[in-house]
Design a protein around this ligand. Structure first.
Ligand code: MTE
Length: 324
């Protein structure tokens, strides 16, 4: 049975969600963002700094210890112009050129599997579920480049707690949209569509794991995974599934798109680890977008992408060469 969103969402949130959506669509949240204090080098962009901006998404600075990368955020044009979103093409510029066809309203996410409260959540309900925070995370792609992005969202744990996983739920699977009408590469044989990803329950519940609805003070551009995506900053970027339509709780480890496509290259865990090379290249260094060119320096890749203090204990005793 599919529950109505209003059945699974407390009254106060049902009332608040309309406000959240109205603010998001009309742009009246701009003031809250523009008045945020400076976060070291990571200044929140004033809405007037860029033409063609998307609707502002209100948020406050994250208080989560270890969440804020102090490196300079990547330029918006790089973060939104150099993407992996294979449903829209394989070139890094394809998603920005093609993802305008993605239709993000209406949107809903189905919660399925081993939970007390399965059901369909409308986007408005998800937006109003918890206050949004700005989290400035490093994102390291398995291909050897990295970015620093000020995301907006809240910990995935907020949603997980709300749907009450059963005791035997050990994994969480993320299923993303696969619509051949709006996504020109769905149907290509590169991946087994839909693009799916998964996390162990303790990883999914970790406060750093972010359900993101925006970046750089605005709603997500389509090419970055609108209207909602995952961001798991200590794992290679491909774990951060874009345009999620289903979250399923299971006892068994779910299959993932890249593991199915090339199991010897992409495992289930996919933790950033400079000591475990990809079979075809080293993972010891990375190039930060915006710093390329002949004289652009390479950076040393950090264990767990620099989040070891926060997440290292999740993998205590595990052989990370075996569980790559
Ligand atoms: N999600 C979907 N649905 N489809 C994809 O092709 N690519 C992944 C991930 N999420 C991908 C996806 C990969 S390989 C990376 S590196 C990140 O998205 C890139 O996110 P960004 O473009 O916002 O930097």
């Amino acid at each position: 049975m599919k529950l109505q969103s209003s059945n699974i969402t407390p009254r106060t949130l049902v009332d608040g969600r309309r406000d959240a959506l109205r603010r998001m669509l009309s742009g009246t949240g701009a003031l809250a963002l523009g008045s945020l204090p400076s976060l070291g080098s990571a200044q929140v962009l004033a809405p007037t700094q860029r033409p063609g901006k998307l609707a502002p998404l209100p948020s406050k600075a994250s208080a989560l210890a270890g969440a804020q990368a102090m490196d300079k955020p990547t330029a918006y044009k790089d973060a939104s112009g150099y993407n992996n979103f294979y449903e829209f093409g394989t070139d890094k510029s394809d998603p920005a050129a093609n993802a305008h066809t993605l239709k993000t309203t209406p949107w809903a996410v189905d919660i399925e599997g081993l939970v007390k409260k399965p059901g369909r959540w409308a986007l408005e309900d998800l937006l109003a579920l918890s206050p949004m925070e700005e989290r400035i995370y490093r994102l390291r792609c398995v291909e050897g480049w990295s970015m620093v992005i000020p995301w907006i969202g809240y910990s995935l744990a907020e949603l997980i707690k709300r749907v009450e996983p059963l005791g035997n739920a050990k994994f969480v699977e993320f299923v993303t949209l696969a619509d051949p009408k709006t996504m020109p590469f769905v149907g290509s044989r590169m991946l087994d569509w839909p693009y799916t990803e998964g996390l162990r329950m303790d990883e999914a519940l970790h406060p750093l794991t972010l359900l993101a609805f925006g970046m750089y003070g605005e709603i997500l551009p389509n090419q970055n995974g609108a209207p909602l995506r995952l961001v798991v900053p200590w794992k290679y970027g491909f774990k951060s599934a874009k345009s999620i339509v289903k979250i399923r709780f299971s006892e068994r480890q779910p299959a993932t798109a890249w593991n199915k496509a090339a199991p010897q290259e992409y495992g289930f865990f996919s933790n950033v680890n400079p000591e475990v090379d990809h079979p075809r290249w080293s993972q010891a260094t990375e190039r930060r977008l915006g710093e390329d060119g002949v004289f652009g320096k390479k950076r040393k890749t950090l264990m767990f992408n620099g989040y070891e203090a926060q997440v290292g204990q999740l993998y205590a005793g595990m052989d990370l060469k075996k569980f790559y």
